[in-house]
Ligand binder design. Structure first.
Ligand SMILES: [Zn+2]
Ligand SMILES: [Zn+2]
Length: 407
């Protein structure tokens, strides 16, 4: 079923306006890249976004959950409210990309593409505000604070970002290390639940020469760590996807003291609420019963991280259909930008075990997060992460047309 109903005259206008704004979008992206700011500290970026939106005549609300910015564009007459989301924050990482516009803030870097997401959404705002006489409804632009650390989406939702007017559909884009223009889409759960696990093993101190007088927390921890691996192979349905890693362990004070305390911290990821509950229960039960069996104790705590992003089927079909017809069009006009056959680029992919706080939105409203190939294979969150900026030729009209198709 084809859900895409934007006329070809409108497609031409979107492509022409995207062309017009592309160089400016790349300038803005470089400016943001050079001045990255950590989660919830995006003051300069938020100011830049708000100033740009005002220049386009967009209604702006600032300081939502700290540095969040909202823009509203009204169409020709009343209709649906569709929201587009970009995140603005960077990572605590020293850049080593060699780019001319490398970060000037030591230890802070845009290594997740949020600079590009933000600049792209400003470009889309330009395209759609110029065309506001051609569509009905309301467009809400969400420039989000604190995606990487702390769940800015949850905070902005608490402050009412999805209300008045009530958002009926929400779409977002994320950069993906993949060939240029590769579009990865998923139905249903498409990123993982991500939770933090903390195991605190308690024993009893003793001198190393008299171990029988103590309870060795390190020995207990070793048993627990090994036994927990069976959660994945023995407790979870092999059809399901789940993983956890214990990334940090701390314990003991001296070479000749039987230690009384070990702390183990890890992360678990999975796609379903059922699996999440099974994993939590199994981890807690195995850890505490092993500790008890060895005369100690283990406290198990979970801190809920981001919920899975669950893509709405109808919206996902719209993005797919828009992309197929747009890619065909771009391929006809500028074959160097899209050189592979469309069916090789637009893919329905399985879920990825990444975590994205977009999941908070998808719990509240029909939503779709799609991933666009950066044209570079350097991984997200790496010091040499780069984006082939040519993809703006795809990402600007893709998001603009998707919004129009939903409206
Ligand atoms: Zn990230
Ligand atoms: Zn990200």
């Amino acid at each position: 079923m084809v859900t895409f109903n934007v006329g070809s005259a409108l497609m031409d206008k979107v492509l022409a306006l995207s062309d017009q704004i592309e160089a400016e979008v790349i300038r803005i992206r470089r400016d943001i890249h050079k001045h990255p700011e950590l989660s919830f500290k995006e003051e300069r970026t938020a100011r830049l976004v708000a100033d740009r939106l005002r220049l386009m005549g967009v209604q702006v609300t600032e300081k939502i959950a700290g540095n969040g910015v909202m823009g509203i564009i009204e169409g020709r007459s009343a209709g649906k409210t569709v929201a587009l989301r970009a995140d603005m924050d960077a990572l605590p990482l020293q850049e080593n990309s060699g780019l001319a516009f490398e970060s000037v803030n030591p230890g802070v870097m845009h290594a997740c593409g949020h600079d590009f997401h933000t600049a792209n959404l400003l470009g889309v705002a330009y395209v759609l505000s110029n065309l506001h006489q051609e569509w009905d409804g309301t467009l809400k632009l969400i420039f989000q604070t604190g995606e990487e650390n702390g769940g800015g989406a949850r905070e902005m939702i608490k402050e009412g970002i999805l209300e008045s007017p009530r958002v009926e559909a929400l779409v977002g884009m994320h950069a993906l290390p993949a060939p240029r223009g590769y579009l990865s889409l998923g139905y249903g759960a498409s990123t993982a639940f991500s939770d933090r696990i903390t195991l605190t093993v308690k024993g009893k101190k003793a001198h190393a020469s008299k171990p029988q007088q103590g309870v060795d927390a390190i020995v207990i921890a070793a048993q627990i760590i090994n036994a927990l691996q069976t959660v994945l192979t023995r407790q979870i349905d092999p059809i399901e996807t789940a993983t956890f890693s214990l990334g940090k362990i701390n314990g003991g004070t001296a070479s000749n003291i039987v230690p009384d305390l070990v702390e183990i911290v890890g992360t678990m990821r999975c796609f379903s609420l059922d699996v999440r509950e099974t994993m939590k229960a199994s981890i807690a039960q195995i850890a505490s019963s092993i500790a008890a069996g060895m005369g100690g104790e283990c406290e198990v705590a979970f801190r809920e991280g981001y919920p899975a992003v669950v893509n709405d089927e109808r919206l996902t079909n719209i993005v797919k259909d828009v992309a197929c017809s747009l890619y065909g069009e771009i391929r006809g006009r500028t074959p160097d930008v899209i050189s592979s056959p469309v069916q090789e680029l637009v893919k329905i992919d399985g879920p990825r075990l990444a975590a994205e706080d977009f999941g908070f939105y998808s719990q509240k409203v029909p939503a779709c997060l799609y991933w666009v190939g950066t044209g570079s294979l350097t991984p997200l969150h790496s010091a040499d992460f780069t984006i082939n900026e040519d993809i703006a030729k795809i990402t600007l009209p893709l998001m603009s047309l998707t919004a129009l198709a939903i409206l």
